[in-house]
Structure formats: C-alpha cells, structure tokens
Write a protein that binds this ligand. Structure first.
Ligand code: C2E
Ligand code: CA
Ligand code: CA
Ligand code: CA
Length: 279
C-alpha cells in the first residue's frame, strides 16, 4: 500500500479525504432518513398526447435534508443502490405511492396509473414480488393501476430471473415499462419475450427535437416500432410546444415533461384530477 501511495500520491490529497468523509457522512444520513421522515414522493403527470388528459403519474422520490435542503435523486439514488439502502427506501416509495393512489380514489377522483421506478438491487432481491403483493394488499390499491419502470440494463443484468419475477407480477395485474429506452444495450430479441406494456423514450432523444435530424429519426423509429409491437409509447423530458407537435404528428401516445407539468405534490395532482373532463 505504501508503494502504491508513493506512485499515486493523489490518494493522499487532503481534499480526497474530505470527499471520502463527506460521502460516508451522506451514507450515514441516508440510512437514518427513513426513520427521520425526510423523504417524500412527488408525482409527475403523464398525459394523453391528443386529449391532454392525465392518464398516469410517475412517482419521484425527494429527500429533504434538514441542514442541506433538498438533495437530488441523481446523487442519493446511486448512493442508496451501492449501499443496498435502496431496498428499504424503494419499498417505502412503493407503499407510499399505493397509499396515495387509494387516497385519490377515496376522494372521488378518476383512477390514474402510478409508475414507480425500480432499481436492479430491488428487483433482483429475493422477495421483491412478495413485497409488491403485500404493498398492494395493505393499501388496497388496484394492481392494474400499478406500473413498474425498469431499465434495459436492469433487465439484461439477469434476464432469466427478471422474466420470472415479471411473470409473477404480471399474474397479479402489474404492468411494466422500459425506462430511458434507447440508452441501454438491451437486445430487441430479449425484450420481445418480456411482458412489457410501454416504452419510455429517453429524454436525451427529446431534448434537441425537432432540430436534430438523428434524434428525429430515432424517435420516429421507436414510435413506429412500438405501434407494430402493440406497445404504448411515451416521451419523457418534453419541454416545448415544438416537441409536443413533433411527437403528436408522429403518433406518440403520451407525453411527460415540464411542458405539461413539473412533478407535483399529492394535493396538486388531486386538484388537477378534480378538474379533468371525464372521457
Ligand atoms: P427518471 O426515472 O428518468 O425520471 C425522470 C427525471 O426527469 C426526473 O428527475 C424528472 O423530474 C425529470 N424531468 C421531468 N420532466 C422533465 C423535463 O421536461 N425536462 C428535464 N430535463 N427533466 C425532466 P428526478 O426526479 O430528479 O429523478 C432523477 C432520477 O432518479 C430518475 O430518473 C430515476 O432514475 C431516479 N429516481 C427518482 N425516484 C426514484 C425512486 O423512487 N426509485 C428509484 N430506484 N429511482 C428513482
Ligand atoms: Ca423513470
Ligand atoms: Ca427516464
Ligand atoms: Ca434514469
């Protein structure tokens, strides 16, 4: 270790120690955040591209740190995944979302699908299917309104196990979408055998629409492929009218993004659902 140290003196820079200390401190705080009630879930509408009705919402986790303020999931989710804390935290998100769905229903609001993000660590964990079953049962939330968002890399990590778990959940009525579609390395021949209801076109392909020619081609190809395969398709990260127009013209089913709405509190979603014309 001494020799490595001599040759790699950057490991001994004081700011490196500070960074490591920071990380360990964050890790410890993350471990306590559940018990301290510092998490909340916000919901971003997913709307029908034509009618603009809210068909679903995506549950997105927020961590309100008492000293440092809100911390982005882009930083703490990877930390939760590395430490395994994503298992209890993810279960909490799932249970919160199911309970919230029931609350909206009991308030007399039209039913919406709720999409919950699932990490590989969670999905491949023994007992995940059981956790979902128990969250549904305890809350009374209709399984047919629950959608789990999986990434291509999660699926390719352990395809056999994934298929098994997906089938069990599908039997309960739960549906699946592929998140960030197009950014991973899944083979279409593998995806073909999975019970997938929707593809979510990653926001990196939407950002420079409609100017960028290669993104236009990719998005049009994904939409037409989805239609032929009878999959529903949604675009995420939609921010402009020009993007909405392009997506509508090309037959995208649903849109999600700041153009329509940022992620909102449960009360704000309730207010939107309450004024939504029934179809
Ligand atoms: P994601 O699943 O791809 O979620 C979409 C992200 O895009 C969200 O960021 C959302 O707020 C953001 N977004 C929505 N509309 C727009 C838009 O028009 N433009 C742009 N530029 N961004 C938009 P957020 O909430 O910061 O979450 C980041 C990531 O953290 C998520 O990406 C997801 O991978 C992860 N994450 C969030 N909540 C959970 C959770 O409960 N469990 C797990 N496993 N991961 C989560
Ligand atoms: Ca997602
Ligand atoms: Ca995504
Ligand atoms: Ca993502």
């Amino acid at each position: 270790a001494k020799e490595v140290g001599r040759n790699n003196s950057q490991w001994y820079r004081p700011e490196m120690n500070a960074r490591l200390r920071d990380r360990l401190r964050r890790q410890k705080q993350l471990g306590e955040a559940l018990a301290r009630d510092q998490f909340r879930v916000v919901y971003q509408p997913q709307v029908d591209a034509r009618t603009r009705n809210i068909l679903g919402v995506e549950a997105l986790l927020r961590w309100d740190h008492p000293a440092d303020g809100p911390i982005s999931p882009m930083t703490f989710i990877p930390l939760a995944e590395e430490t395994g804390l994503i298992v209890p935290i993810g279960e909490w998100v799932l249970r919160s979302a199911c309970r919230q769905g029931v609350r909206w229903r009991r308030a007399g609001l039209p039913p919406v699908r709720i999409s919950v993000n699932v990490s590989a660590r969670q999905f491949l964990h023994d007992g995940w299917a059981q956790t979902v079953a128990s969250a549904l049962e305890d809350s009374g939330f209709d399984a047919r309104h629950l959608e789990l968002e999986l990434t291509e890399s999660l699926i390719m990590q352990d395809l056999d196990r994934c298929v098994q778990t997906m089938k069990r959940l599908q039997d309960m009525g739960v549906r699946f979408s592929i998140d960030d579609f197009g950014t991973g390395y899944s083979s279409l021949s593998a995806l073909k055998h999975l019970p997938i209801a929707r593809l979510k076109i990653d926001k990196s392909f939407i950002r420079e629409l409609p100017q960028r020619e290669d993104d236009r081609a990719i998005v049009m190809a994904v939409i037409s492929m989805s239609r032929r395969l009878n999959l529903n398709v949604i675009a995420e990260g939609v921010e402009t009218q020009a993007q909405v127009d392009f997506l509508c013209e090309n037959g995208c089913d649903e849109i999600q993004g700041y153009y329509f709405s940022r992620p909102l509190t449960p009360a704000e979603i309730g207010a939107m659902l309450a004024v939504q014309p029934t179809v």
